[in-house]
Ligand binder design. Structure first.
Ligand SMILES: [Zn+2]
Length: 161
């Protein structure tokens, strides 16, 4: 087994947060999803979905928790941290966790469970696999790349982004 009873307890905290919509003033902050992030024995961030109340399409539980963790630790690098999510992260949240260097992710309900209550995570995963969502405009490619190389030669550090 790749997890222990402590992981299960922490995952249950995320599940508890997934029910936050019940105590929100209008009972509808967003979808029923919650997440917590731990650094060693400390819970450094909690989040739940508030896409509707924000309103913010990216205000998923995991992204909200990642933003709070980065703010609390004053770094974008969450190496060594563990993310617990009440549901399998959507592609955006999964990659946000990857960008933040989160070391491990545990989840409870699956993308199929999310699909059963009307969320399209499974569809998004398929879209990601096909890789046809974004269209490059070649006429602008070198202009944007020029800004990037200017940044690289002047400001890039040794950090791995
Ligand atoms: Zn998400």
């Amino acid at each position: 087994m790749d997890y222990n009873t402590q992981d299960i307890e922490r995952l249950r905290e995320a599940i508890k947060l997934s029910a936050s919509f019940l105590s929100s003033p209008n009972h509808l902050d967003g979808g029923p999803f919650g997440a917590v992030i731990y650094q060693a024995d400390t819970c450094i961030a909690k989040g739940w979905n508030h896409v509707l109340s924000a309103p913010d399409a990216t205000a998923h539980a995991e992204v909200t928790a990642i933003r709070e963790a980065c703010k609390n630790l004053q770094t974008f690098d969450l190496s060594g941290c563990v993310l617990y999510s009440s549901c399998e992260p959507c592609p955006m949240c999964l990659m946000a966790a990857k960008w933040a260097n989160i070391s491990r992710i545990f989840f409870a309900a699956t993308r199929e469970d999310a699909a059963a209550i009307g969320f399209r995570d499974d569809e998004l995963y398929k879209l990601l696999k096909d890789g046809v969502y974004a269209t490059p405009i070649e006429e602008c490619s070198s202009e944007a790349a020029e800004v990037m190389s200017q940044w690289y030669s002047s400001y890039a550090s040794t950090a791995y982004y």
